[in-house]
Design a protein around this ligand. Structure first.
Ligand code: PAF
Length: 286
């Protein structure tokens, strides 16, 4: 069932809560791919009712980012959700979510601002305000859907850490379930933004997973010095790649370390054909 209206979603949720159903939420911005599908399947397997939200959230995009050209494929998204037995596809308009809050600034809208320590690094460093926008919309979705479980992909690793922190700090009664990255056979992590790449660009984009795999192999061979591990990346980069960051941090706290260990996560962001791609891997498993 496709719903655009918050009150209609809430009506269904109220009924489901009365029945004691376990509710799962898969928040998305649509353009659903096999990565989202894995989240939906996991939600279906562990919950009685599943809501997938499809909302390209304007307040998490910077003024020079791709909000206008972000792929919007609601019909196909709805078909996929129906095929998977999703109970509600919630696809509100920006007006439904934010009313007439003008140009959506924090002059007119209450924002949820996650802590600086978690935000001032990785994607948050260049995407100023991005995680305020993410936390604001995610908390709104949590309040509307009141899920027992919410499913997020590990590809946006910083997002998962920040959403977990927000839910804990604000006592939101939801369990955040983190699901593994889904990759093409080539190793390329699935992303709605891969649609912007040419075939050539997709080949060049393999540099992200190659760098991550190489660092993992070096770590497994006994190299733990973070600078030495990061150094190994440079031989993979060409003038087709614009590296934004490569970091090795604690997977739960995003703290920097001198030496990698089994709690470390390696995170990379790199532009290929002007498209900003991210990827990550755990050195010691989940
Ligand atoms: O990961 C995404 O697609 C978005 O950041 C999310 C969590 C749906 C919030 O808009």
């Amino acid at each position: 069932m496709l719903l655009n209206n918050i009150e209609e979603v809430k009506k269904n949720i109220k009924e489901w809560k009365k029945e004691g159903f376990k509710i799962g939420l898969v928040p998305t911005m649509g353009a659903l791919h096999a990565g989202h599908l894995s989240l939906i399947k996991k939600a279906k397997a562990s919950c009685d009712k599943v809501v997938v939200s499809v909302f390209v959230n304007p307040i998490q995009f910077g003024p020079s980012e791709d909000f206008d050209k972000y792929p919007r494929t609601l019909d196909a998204d709805e078909r996929l959700c129906n095929r998977e037995g999703v109970d509600i596809v919630f696809a509100p308009s920006p007006k439904e979510m934010y009313g007439d809050a003008g140009r959506l600034s924090n002059d007119t809208l209450t924002y949820v601002c996650p802590p600086f320590f978690y935000v001032n690094k990785l994607c948050g460093k260049t995407r100023v305000g991005h995680f305020d926008g993410v936390c604001t919309v995610v908390l709104k979705l949590f309040n509307i859907v009141q899920p027992d479980y919410a499913f997020f992909g590990q590809k946006d690793a910083q997002q998962v850490v920040i959403v977990k922190k927000m839910a804990a700090d604000l006592n939101v009664p939801v369990e955040i379930i983190q699901c593994p990255i889904v990759r093409e056979e080539s190793g390329l992590a699935l992303s709605s933004r891969n649609k912007y790449l040419t075939d050539e660009g997709k080949k060049d984009a393999l540099v992200l997973s190659k760098i991550l795999n190489n660092i993992k192999t070096c770590y497994q061979k006994g190299i733990t010095d973070v600078s030495a591990l990061k150094e190994t990346a440079y031989s993979f980069l060409t003038d087709k790649h614009e590296l934004e960051y490569l970091e090795i941090l604690d997977k739960n706290t995003l703290e920097e370390k001198l030496h990698a260990d089994n709690n470390s996560i390696v995170l990379i962001a790199c532009r290929v054909e002007g498209v900003r791609l991210i990827d990550n891997t755990y050195l010691g498993g989940i």
